[in-house]
Design a binder for this molecule. Structure first.
Ligand code: HEM
Ligand SMILES: *[C@@H]1O[C@H](CO)[C@@H](O)[C@H](O)[C@H]1NC(C)=O
Length: 492
């Protein structure tokens, strides 16, 4: 190889190199001209150490992290979490897309996948959105007003029976009591009388195993071979067998009961296919997971606040007196509907303590949000997006004295949850995936508290409860000791 040749080939490389640079520059210029928005205005990022830093920040408690970052970064910011970008959208001004977007833009399937081993195959987050949507329709139909009316009758019987076992006076852990009453009621209304009357102990033990198999670690590694997951899987199989027998015997006998089990047995997909036994079981488990802890936690907080706020205690008692004078002691759906003061007391307990503290979606398309200060951010597809009922329900520009228990903030005239527009109150989520069990939950909690208010005088003897942030469904830490005395509601 002589000197001339090698100089020539060097020149060729130089030319190719120049051409490449020129092309890149031209491409950049063109793209900047025709796509001026290709420069993304990304949300600010939470400062954290690389790789595990975000996880550490998150594990300290997601709400602690939000409390620290919101004042610094505003209502939209991104956290890097185990090599995923999680973008938080806090407050009604920036969360409309979160709640309203179609499944093709923001989906639940990926982020709620960890429920699959618990709910079982073929239901909810294990199936395509088209099937899931139909299964949510089964829920909607099973929780219609005419059905709810029948469930209320079960709720009333269960509450009367349960509290008839309390003495003339005594001391109880209210949290434990309400948890148990709600399991009994859920068994009756959701799982059916076969379970409630004959299989209650077996089935509650199995549900306990399912429950204990859903740990914070299960969110990231749902199939990790640990004893809790093994027990979960065994329990899921045994529940399957139990329900298969019940369903078969109902179908054979041709009986029609008033419960969710029956509704799911009778549900049909659009193509005419009936639900399978395994789908019915899975949907029932999903219903219990959605409704059980959430409702029992909310009843406990409602009680704790009423027992510490004599002003609101006396207004709910007045309301009960008025209703008893009008309807007597009987409680049914329409009577519960008149308990507006009690409703606001529950709603306010739930504002301060929503049991689902973090809602998630997986984003499949770019979108833009505008904050109330006017800043615009582009959130790239591929991010996980999150919002937090526990944090957003206490925003001071929406709720006056947000840390104070003040049920009247929802009274006509103040309507603080409506004044700032939709998605200001998100204890039940909202929009496309808003809770389907909200009316059921209120009916249940009102049934319990109207019974307690009418029949007992109560006093909180332990300190006001703290929040148990470590639970998957965030509730009350420790016992809630209450001293009670049986008494008839003194009518005026
Ligand atoms: C105080 C009690 C309850 C609270 C605080 C609550 C809260 C919520 C929240 C925040 C969501 C939205 C989740 C998301 O957007 O990712 C939700 C969805 C849901 N809830 Fe509830 N819930 C309660 C009781 C119930 C009950 C009793 C049932 C059934 C009997 C139920 C059934 C459902 C269902 C089926 C969904 C899914 C709706 C969908 O994705 O389209 N919930 N709930
Ligand atoms: C997270 O976002 C940053 C900045 O936009 C980006 O560089 C990074 O690739 C993203 N990480 C993942 C895992 O998507």
């Amino acid at each position: 190889m002589d000197a001339v040749e090698s100089a020539g080939s060097g020149g060729k490389f130089l030319n190719v190199g120049l051409l490449l640079v020129a092309t890149i520059v031209a491409a950049k210029l063109i793209s900047a001209l025709i796509m001026p928005r290709s420069k993304k205005r990304l949300p600010p990022r939470v400062a954290a150490w690389p790789v595990l830093g975000g996880l550490v920040r998150f594990m300290k408690g997601p709400v602690v992290m939000l409390k620290e970052e919101y004042p610094k970064l505003g209502s939209v910011f991104t956290l890097n979490f185990l090599n995923k970008n999680i973008t938080f959208l806090i407050g009604p001004e920036v969360s409309a897309h979160f709640f309203k977007a179609p499944e093709s833009d923001l989906s639940q399937q990926e982020v709620y996948q960890f429920n699959v081993p618990t709910f079982g195959p073929g239901v909810v987050f294990d199936v395509d959105y088209t099937v899931r949507q139909e299964q949510f329709r089964f829920f909607t139909e099973a929780l219609r007003v005419n059905k709810l009316k029948a469930y209320v009758d079960h709720m009333v019987v269960e509450a009367e029976e349960y509290f008839s076992k309390w003495g003339e006076s005594g001391e109880v852990d209210l949290k434990y009591e309400l948890e148990h009453l709600i399991i009994l009621t859920a068994s009756r209304c959701l799982l059916g009388e076969e379970v409630r009357n004959k299989l209650f102990d077996d089935v509650s033990a199995l549900f306990h195993d399912l429950d204990s198999g859903m740990l914070p670690i299960s969110v990231i590694f749902p199939y990790l071979p640990i004893p809790a997951h093994r027990r979960r899987d065994q329990a899921r199989k045994k529940l399957s067998d139990i329900f298969a027998k019940i369903i078969a015997s109902r179908k054979e006998a041709g009986t029609k009961a008033n419960d969710l089990l029956q509704c799911f047995i009778d549900s049909k997909y659009k193509d005419g296919r009936p639900t399978s036994e395994s789908e019915v079981t899975g949907l029932l488990i999903a219903a219990l997971f959605a409704g059980q802890h959430t409702s029992s936690i909310t009843s406990t907080w409602t009680g704790a606040y009423l027992l510490c706020n004599p002003k609101y205690m006396s207004t709910v008692l007045e309301e009960q007196k008025t209703i008893v004078q009008k309807h007597g002691n009987e409680v049914h759906y329409d009577v519960l509907a008149e308990m507006e003061v009690l409703y606001r007391c529950i709603k306010e307990a739930l504002r301060l303590h929503p049991p689902l503290i973090m809602l998630l979606r997986s984003s499949h398309s770019d979108f833009t949000v505008k904050t109330k200060e006017g800043a615009e951010y582009d959130i790239p597809k591929g991010h996980i997006v999150a919002t937090s009922p526990a944090f957003a329900n206490r925003l001071p520009h929406i709720y006056k004295d947000p840390e104070t228990y003040d049920p009247d903030r929802f009274a006509p005239g103040r309507d603080e949850d409506k004044a700032a527009g939709a998605f200001s109150y998100i204890a039940f989520g909202g929009g496309r995936h808003g809770c389907l069990g909200e009316p059921f939950a209120y009916l249940q909690i009102k049934t319990i508290w109207s019974h307690l208010l009418r029949n007992f005088e109560m006093e909180l003897v332990s300190p006001f409860p703290e929040i148990d942030w470590n639970a998957m469904v965030v509730g009350v830490k420790g016992k809630v000791m209450v001293r009670y005395k049986r008494r008839a509601l003194p009518l005026n």
